[in-house]
Design a protein around this ligand. Sequence first.
Ligand code: DGL
Length: 268
Amino acid sequence: MRDISNNPIGVFDSGIGGLTVVRELMQILPGENIVYFGDTARVPYGTKSEKTIREFSIQNTKFLLSQNVKAIVIACNTSSAIALNDIQSIANLPVIGVIEPGAVASVGTTKNKRIAVIGTTATISSKAYEKKIKSLEQTIEVYSKACPLFVPIVEEGWFNHKIAYLAAEEYLTELKRYSIDTLVLGCTHYPLLKDTIQKVMGDKVKLIDSGVETARVVKKVLEENDLLNQSDLRPYYKFFVSDLPQQFKKIGEMFLGREIENLIKIDL
Ligand code: DGL
């Protein structure tokens, strides 16, 4: 079989949020080439129907396949929740979504068996996290809450802003009543609100960042499939988007934690 281990890892998201996952991938797999696609023209996915989310996710996957990727990471929680099976059926490569890694980590973390999950409206309605957690450990109580305002707040760059705090109080106070000890941040944008969310939930609640957990799983999957990049060349990063909003570079760099070079707008 042809050796594709030097090919890039393909990552897609509905927009820029998936750069939080890329940031973790760059940390855990510093030798890997990465091609990112952010569907900035059609973001957000979290408020759309399952049918539309499926269609968009399949188009994004086809684009990544055209870039000769060796594995696909669905950084978007909404796409992972709804379209994972569809994507697996068209890609003859390892496909890693963010739901399972986040769910596994939450089950390994909770002591009192009470977990909450927050995400977009589509992710929460799909019950994907809840089902996965329950399949791992039936006796765990799972509480879910859609927090749709968090995405635009993060895109404004208001991570530690009073508006973020007020929204977090409004959404999360209900979850505090259930005495959960673990909270899954089931959306690409929420890791940027970690401090605010922790402040509202209190120190005793452990926050699970699905992006971090996913990057660990990607490393494991590449190792198991003999797909780690063995080349000594400096890795390259390419960022493709379907629209170039004014703020993209600035906010994107906050998500990524470094400068974005190689930014290309494409039509799908
Ligand atoms: N990337 C999405 C997610 O993780 C959040 C933004 C959107 O709604 O498209 O669910």
